[in-house]
Design a protein around this ligand. Sequence first.
Ligand code: ZN
Length: 239
Amino acid sequence: MHTSALVLFSGGQDSTTCLAHALARYERVETLAFDYGQRHKVELDARLNVLAAVQSRFPAWADKMGEDHLLDAGILGQISETSLTRDTAIAMESSGLPNTFVPGRNLLFLTLAAALAYRRGLQVIVTGVCETDFSGYPDCRDDTMKAMQVALSLGMDRKLLIETPLMWIDKAQTWQLAYDLGQRADASGGGQALVDLVVEHSHTCYLGERTQRHAWGYGCGQCPACQLRAAGFERYQKA
Ligand code: ZN
């Protein structure tokens, strides 16, 4: 019986929904993010704002929220040249992958997360990877996750579950999932309270823009991350 989880929590829409998923399911939930010289500290601020908002608006979940961890993964900056860590524009490479791709990043993150989960006695790792709105990241594939689950469980000699609640749903369904989880949390405002929280506090924009407020939240509205989030929100509202 799994009772505790570690959520890979960046403060974006996806990982905020994953946090709610874990809080709805497990008794003790800890959160983890990596600092690897992201261009925008706004992401790291957003995650603290999300955590504070969840704690104040969802009392049933607040009691389950344990330690929040921030690990330095700055070593990624030494070995990668991508538009998320350097000042280059977001574009597609000849490989067909966007230049936001950091080779092996998720593999490293999952390994670090598993080591932390081991030390903290947490049984499940929850991550918001997704094949549906696929950016082409091979380390977000379901097969990669399953292989990592086996490798980490064997290598640490402890059964570890990697849970990916968003793997097969699109961005519109991710908004719907937030609504449903919020509804089940029995907070005042119901499902809409969690959707509002995601809109207001989570951060997705690659450019770190938080001055323009749209119906779907803050962002430049132009970058691929904003466009995906905006299009998903629009489809969600029409459904
Ligand atoms: Zn943007």
